[in-house]
Design a protein around this ligand. Sequence first.
Ligand SMILES: Nc1nc2c(ncn2[C@@H]2O[C@H](COP(=O)(O)OP(=O)(O)OP(=O)(O)O)[C@@H](O)[C@H]2O)c(=O)[nH]1
Ligand SMILES: [Mg+2]
Length: 448
Amino acid sequence: MRAPFGQRTTLSSNQHPARNGQRLDSKVQIPSAQRSERALLVGATLAANRDEPQDLDLAELRALAETAGAEVIGEPITQKLQTPNPALYIGKGKLEEVQDAARQLQPDLVLFDDELSPSQQRNLEQALKLKVVDRPTLILDIFAQRARSREGRLQVNLAQYQYLLPRLSGLWAEFSRTGGGIGTRGGPGEQELERERRRIRKRITDLEQEIEQVRRQRGVHRQERAELGFPLVALVGYTNAGKSTLLNALTSAKALVMNAPFATLDPTVRKAKLPDGMEILLSDTVGFIRKLPPTLLAAFRATLEELREADLLLQVVDVSEDLAEDRLYWVRQTLAGIDLADRPVVTALNKIDRLPADRAIDYSHFTQPVAVSAATGQGLDRLLDKIRERLVAGYVPVRLRLPLSEGRLRELFRRRGLIDRERYTDTDVEIDGRISPRLAGAFRQYSL
Ligand SMILES: Nc1nc2c(ncn2[C@@H]2O[C@H](COP(=O)(O)OP(=O)(O)OP(=O)(O)O)[C@@H](O)[C@H]2O)c(=O)[nH]1
Ligand SMILES: [Mg+2]
């Protein structure tokens, strides 16, 4: 027999806002006898999105569900649609198919591969008499398990509150009251719903203020870093591509590496040295994924702002994946969504140690590609050379006359710039050279 909701596994939840906002905590019970929630998968291909790479067997949704701790049962149910049904997302006939499957397989929840509107979710829950969880909620659930830093937690909490607020329905309350689980952990009881909404709106405002503080603090750090003049190289890429492994390989960092989506949620910045001694900062951040809704992306603004400062994006692609090019499409989409499509790019084609011998890489698909293995170290020297080459390509030529009294500035140019010619007089030094646009301003007043 199926375990009642009250006894089912609550998998993550330690970072759920409802749990951090103390009042709700008392309502959340984590059952001791842990059992995975059984999930049935449903996805649709929309005509409007046919030029986008599709995930027809919902392999990624399955991996996400498993990462969140669910057990996927049965075959995924998929449908081709012109447009989503406004009330049910899928068509009526397809819904019957889902109902049949649910009767047979007895899942605990049905997982949809897209964002559902609050009313679609309500209607589906009513029709199926089951908890319905959409893709963004699932991703948020994983984020909630992963966030460690204060900033990361604040951002996840904000995203959860914003996303869940319009979805606080009677049924939602029912499901969460009776046990929680993915997407509904620690929710309010039915009578408290309206009070809860008000409280959540207040909490959203508080969180926004706290995040604003963190942002300002980050801004100060960035300013300090900018004065030191290190070029900033930001790792970007699909989740699980190997960004953190690469960061660790290129620096002496110990970023968390895991074979699971969204291992990294908190940004890390480390110093790395290029072969000629040039020092750079390398930043690691949250991975991208297809169909990441804008609301979710927006909640991570403080983290993603780190990318905005980057002189160069080090795009990491897992070339051992069949879907490498599709995934790159989604990375490029996400970068465009945060106005970074034009930033200079070097592409690390990672995990070549896993590439089958009979598969060749078509380099023409990638911008400034270098084949590497972050795991074995293969190709990393060439990658560093390429990074240096692209950074220097962005430098601007300058001619300066620096007073000898400006020892600090002269040292800065020596360390961060490239000197083509240097000539001393009794009082000054004249420099012909190149320097990053970021630092050029510091020398402007001495420009010839
Ligand atoms: N074989 C092989 N495995 C690798 C390589 N680079 C990374 N991995 C593995 O790929 C998985 C994901 O690596 P991460 O470095 O955590 O990936 P990420 O891009 O930081 O992922 P998120 O932080 O989750 O977005 C881990 O199991 C790594 O050990 C590589 O060059 N070769
Ligand atoms: Mg990572």
